[in-house]
Design a protein around this ligand. Structure first.
Ligand code: ZN
Ligand code: ZN
Length: 249
């Protein structure tokens, strides 16, 4: 059976050679990647130093124990943030592509990469469950997809922990965060989320997954709901960290 399956998959590869999810170029036939070598390098975590508290890319000298120069006076309900890099250039393109209606396979692939990256970090502790940013039902119905959910589901599968898709609810229609200034973003999400009934999460560790984090207002509001429900630790993992006006320059 095993040989037959290998033979069948080889025949299928010959008939329909696998192509890169991003550029449709040729993919190595060893079956470990769904991107060509060049596109694969976009997902390599940045070597630039970033703040462990908010993941803002900045020189190490600007980071103290209580965070970087931008976040040390802010109150965060989450306990740490990881990202593959800064939301610009090719990584920004990847995020925009995985948010498209046909971007689900790419979102899952990026999610698996993200899980591999965080799992290799010394300070990372395996969560009890993975969550994504909930979308208001009407917006989801209109869009048909939720990139955050596709990435989170792949992160959970790779870490072998449950994905609790329905644990958090978005209880009202909000404006898109990207269209608002930082203070407007905080206001826009305040009180917008709640924990669904029937979950006892006291003392647990949660991992919140999203595509991009810019001001952190959404992640912070969701983390607040979780902490107020008794969650012990909330960590955030995003594909890219948007610096917005918060760049250190
Ligand atoms: Zn490619
Ligand atoms: Zn920081």
């Amino acid at each position: 059976m095993g040989r037959l399956r290998t033979l069948t998959s080889r025949t299928l590869d010959l008939l329909f050679p696998p192509t890169c999810l991003l550029c449709h170029g040729e993919v190595s036939r060893d079956g470990t990647s769904q991107l060509c070598q060049e596109c694969e390098s976009i997902l390599r975590p940045t070597r630039q130093f970033s703040c462990p508290r908010c993941a803002l890319s900045c020189p190490a000298v600007l980071v103290a124990e209580e965070g970087c120069h931008r976040c040390r006076h802010k109150r965060f309900y989450f306990d740490g943030v990881w990202s593959l890099g800064v939301y610009r250039a090719d990584l920004r393109e990847v995020v925009l592509r995985l948010k498209r209606p046909d971007g689900e396979a790419l979102a899952s692939y990026v999610g698996a990469k993200l899980a591999g990256y965080v799992n290799g970090q010394k300070t990372f502790q395996k969560p009890d469950f993975v969550l994504s940013v909930p979308m208001f039902w009407l917006r989801r119905a209109l869009r048909g997809t939720n990139a955050s959910s596709s990435i989170a589901s792949a992160v959970a599968a790779s870490l072998h922990v449950p994905y609790r898709e329905k644990m958090l609810k978005c209880c009202r229609y909000k404006k898109k965060q990207g269209t608002l200034r930082p203070s407007g973003r905080r206001k826009n999400v305040r009180g917008a989320f709640r924990l669904a009934k029937g979950y006892d999460i006291k003392g647990s560790r949660a991992l919140l997954v999203d595509d991009v984090m810019t001001t952190g207002a959404t992640a912070n509001e969701l983390s607040k709901v979780l902490k107020e429900s008794g969650v012990r630790q909330v960590c955030v993992v995003v594909v890219a960290r948007g610096s917005g006006s918060e760049s250190y320059i």
